[in-house]
Design a protein around this ligand. Sequence first.
Ligand SMILES: NC(=O)c1ccc[n+]([C@@H]2O[C@H](COP(=O)([O-])OP(=O)(O)OC[C@H]3O[C@@H](n4cnc5c(N)ncnc54)[C@H](OP(=O)(O)O)[C@@H]3O)[C@@H](O)[C@H]2O)c1
Length: 194
Amino acid sequence: MKIGFIGAGHIGKALAKKFVKAGYPVIISNSRGPDSLQALIRELGELASAGTSEEAANADLVVLAVMWDQAPEALGKVKDQLAGKIVIDATNNMNSAATDKPTSVVISEQIPGAKVVKAFNTLMAATLDADPQTGSGNRVIFFSGDHPDAKDTVGKIITEFGFAGIDLGDLQQASPLTEFAKALSVQNLVSYPN
Ligand SMILES: NC(=O)c1ccc[n+]([C@@H]2O[C@H](COP(=O)([O-])OP(=O)(O)OC[C@H]3O[C@@H](n4cnc5c(N)ncnc54)[C@H](OP(=O)(O)O)[C@@H]3O)[C@@H](O)[C@H]2O)c1
């Protein structure tokens, strides 16, 4: 399964490292084009390549890791390509202008037909980048979505990375918990075996 990245900043880089470490090929894109990503590609190693957003959106599973205000433009170019695909939405709306719908629903509406799974949005990038195993426990990643098959795939990836995944339900249910400044936002939690 090839993973495409739309956004290659703090979160994009931290997640790309996890995918590469787990053996997935990744294609990474940003707004400035593939030439600007060469240093990152070298750092990520031979499983990584740089491309345009359109090339990244051709991957089997796509990660959205742009700032909230950048999402409409970033997704507008590739929305047809994303229909039917799993899209991991790692964005947060950190603007004062709140949306009247859950943020992941707003993202879903920008990419009709895509199977959006909200995940990896509650940890700071540096924490996400750290070892998910801490002592005998595993750092927690919350995820949510409206498509059980997509959540199943993302849940398995979260486990492969070494995190403890917690399924919070559908997008509507999870939003009040995981959005920016909500209860689980920036909570660096660890799950220990019983
Ligand atoms: N940083 C954190 O600790 C953290 C934690 C949890 C969630 N989040 C969320 O994750 C998202 C990304 O945050 P970040 O800190 O990684 O942001 P960032 O460092 O600013 O990176 C944003 C990336 O998006 C790219 N981009 C912008 N417009 C684009 C477009 N039209 N097409 C393709 N790529 C585009 C940028 O490319 P250029 O550089 O070429 O413009 C850049 O690579 C945000 O929604 C944020 O709220 C962040």
